[in-house]
Write a protein that binds this ligand. Structure first.
Ligand code: HSE
Length: 345
């Protein structure tokens, strides 16, 4: 069975996935038995194209790189918006990579509900919908008999959610904590090397780590969304982001960084959640001064790290990229292949 894919959004992450799909097309078919065509791409700014027999990904990527537009693709139907693309194309898998709005989850929540409503599988890296409406969306997907995956919402392609939900299922996770935002970790690392806050932020934006509105990163809201996801999806909690104390890195000055250095410490933005005796889960996001000999102190740049504290294994830590074009594109690929394995069983 050929998977027919539609992209909703075609920014850094969507293009990252498209590049991997293009590069791996033959290997995915020969090694995993996964065959696909990208039939549609719809992006609010770049335009849209639909061809029921499939688009030439190389041509599409070159076009977007050179013109920033999709509309000029030589064949196919143009001008369909996101909802028409979801409902009326022959795609059976929707890649939801529109922009993240951590306060409303829109327009992504509507995209996902529409896709599920017309029995199409969905994968996303968008934190908004899962941070705000995980239970509702998971249950809706189940009722409609479709698969929904969102591994890339936390730690991009570095295993975090599936690790917790699958590999560590029944290991009795009591705590999770780590560095879950690449932009702030990059900024703190660069500031320690002497760069000014604004310059470091600009670099993080240029490298594709930061959110469209980097306030979400530096004020801790991105990390907040991720810890709410981990709490509700992996730890069985049921919290909203308003219940989580959240502080970002905007108040950390170069002087604070120098002082920490003198104490053999290093600032890190830590997000964590802990299971309480009454079964509830409490979460937080806050900058902490970490001793240099602590494992998290060595996690630098856009690299993220997450430690699950479990009853049977003790601490299990993953360290890896938490942001970036290829790393986040790869997260979507792992979800796509997971769905492929499940539905082709
Ligand atoms: N802006 C996010 C970060 C992207 O810097 O970690 C990945 O979620």
């Amino acid at each position: 069975m050929i998977t027919r894919i539609a992209f909703i959004g075609f920014g850094v992450v969507g293009q990252g996935l498209a590049e991997i799909l293009l590069e791996q097309k033959n290997d995915l078919k020969n090694q995993i038995g996964f065959e696909f065509e990208v039939v549609a791409v719809s992006d609010k700014m770049k335009g849209s194209v639909y061809n029921e027999v499939g688009l030439d990904l190389q041509k599409l990527l070159e076009l977007v790189k050179s013109t920033g537009k999709i509309d000029e693709y030589p064949e196919g139907i143009k001008g369909w918006d996101s909802l028409k693309t979801i409902t009326e194309t022959n795609a059976n898998l929707i890649i939801e990579v529109s922009w993240t709005d951590i306060n409303t989850g829109e327009p992504a929540i509507t995209h996902i509900k529409t896709a599920i409503g017309c029995h199409k599988h969905v994968v996303m890296t968008n934190k908004g919908p899962i941070a705000l409406a995980a239970r509702e969306l998971i249950s809706m997907a189940k009722t409609n008999g479709v698969e929904m995956r969102f591994e890339g919402t936390v730690l991009s392609g570095t295993p975090a959610i599936n690790l917790g939900v699958n590999n560590l299922a029944s290991s009795k996770i009591t705590k999770v904590a780590g560095i879950v935002n690449g932009t702030t970790n990059y900024i703190l690392t660069e500031m320690e090397k002497g760069l000014k806050y604004e310059e470091a932020l600009k670099q993080a934006q240029k490298l594709g780590y930061a959110e469209a509105d980097p306030t979400a990163d530096v004020e801790g809201f991105d990390a907040l969304g991720k810890i709410v996801i981990l709490t509700n999806v992996v730890m069985g909690g049921n919290i909203t982001k308003d219940q989580v104390p959240c502080q970002g890195i905007t108040k950390i000055t170069s002087q604070d960084i120098d002082e920490a250095k003198k104490e053999s410490k290093r600032w890190k933005l830590i997000a964590g959640a802990e299971l309480k005796d009454d079964g509830s889960v409490e979460a937080y996001v806050m900058p902490k001064k970490i001793p240099l000999d602590h494992p998290l102190a060595a996690v630098s740049g856009p690299i993220n790290a997450l430690t699950y504290t479990t009853k049977y294994l003790g601490d299990v830590t993953v360290i890896g990229p938490g942001a970036g074009r290829a790393a986040t594109g790869y997260a979507l690929l792992t979800d796509i292949l997971d769905i492929h394995r499940k539905i082709s069983r």
